[in-house]
Design a protein around this ligand. Sequence first.
Ligand SMILES: Cc1ncc(COP(=O)(O)O)c(C=O)c1O
Length: 389
Amino acid sequence: MMLTVRRNILLTPGPATTTDSVKLAQVVPDICPREQEFGRLMESVCTDLTHIVADSGSYSAVVFGGSGTSAVESILSSVVHAGDLLLIVNNGAYGRRMCEMAEAYDLDSIVFHSPPHVALDLTALESTLRSSRRKITHLAVVHHETTTGLLNDIAAIGELCRRESVCLIVDAISSFAAIPIDMRQMGIQYLAASSNKNVQGIPGLSIVVAETELLENKRQHKPRNYYLNLYDQYRFFLETRQSRFTPPVQALYALRQAIDELKREGIEQRYLRYQKSWQTLIDGITRLGLPYIGSDRLHSKLVTSIFEPEAPGYSFQEMHDYLHSRGFTIYPGKLDQFRTFRIANIGDITSDDMQSFLNLLEAYLRQIGFIPGALKGVIASNTRSSEAK
Ligand SMILES: Cc1ncc(COP(=O)(O)O)c(C=O)c1O
């Protein structure tokens, strides 16, 4: 008898809804992760993860047990050395998190601030790179700012970095495996991802893809980290086909299955499926009169920050509970300046699932006395605005 698992629809920006086959791939005979069989599994997973964004001739994937944050932390704490200067683009919660990491590790860093819902001012960014009294050696930026759905123009930033000989570090945790990325073309040296978003695996693995030549550089600096040391994790796996420390064994079996399913669907088709769900979402909230943040041109079409309804009976927690008890999980907003909630359309879901969610949302809104009406206006802005600090 084929086991089935209750299907919850996660409209959260990760972990995302997985297929039953991914969930069930975790049920395997116990195995010691130092066995050759497991080493072969990890090797195949790393090669395929690299292929999602680069060619495995010049780039390599390194995996750690951890969440996405540990992939970013591993890069920043391993590759920015004494004497280097890191420029962090902070245009949302995840850019801010990188600033906090730089502070925790005492990295020499400066911050390029920009609002979370408007395009980065690339001219200002370029002039920051050029006018810095000390040479900026590294630039760290988020690809898809998951708080607002804003996509940063990584290809253009990569071009700036190429011209100024700056090493580019990209947090692609919420874009990896949905939005096509070509590390070589975009000029990215280090990229962070995780197993539980668009790859549609389960949580447990943080992923770094980097230029192999850089990973092979022999360190001349005292390491700032231990478990998250990128070079040591890379080298140990290269030499032994084993992870330095205990990996999340079952998450790797699930990831193997998830990657097989990604290959069958194809990244472009997956992104098209996601975009179809997004369009259903946008049509639905527009009809209900709930504006959202961002301009469609810069929008990832993966996660949307929606303004909370103006109604006396509204409470995010009650709306969450109403939907959750009916199989749909939604997410709070993460913006200081606006009252929003977030809906993501990633994972193993379809536009029909999104329509079912919208029907429930409308029922909830009517119940609290919110009158669905014409959209008053999308909070959109293409205006460029930023301040370099
Ligand atoms: C862009 C980005 N960076 C980092 C993270 C942190 O990932 P995790 O919660 O897996 O540590 C997230 C999570 O949503 C993200 O979207």
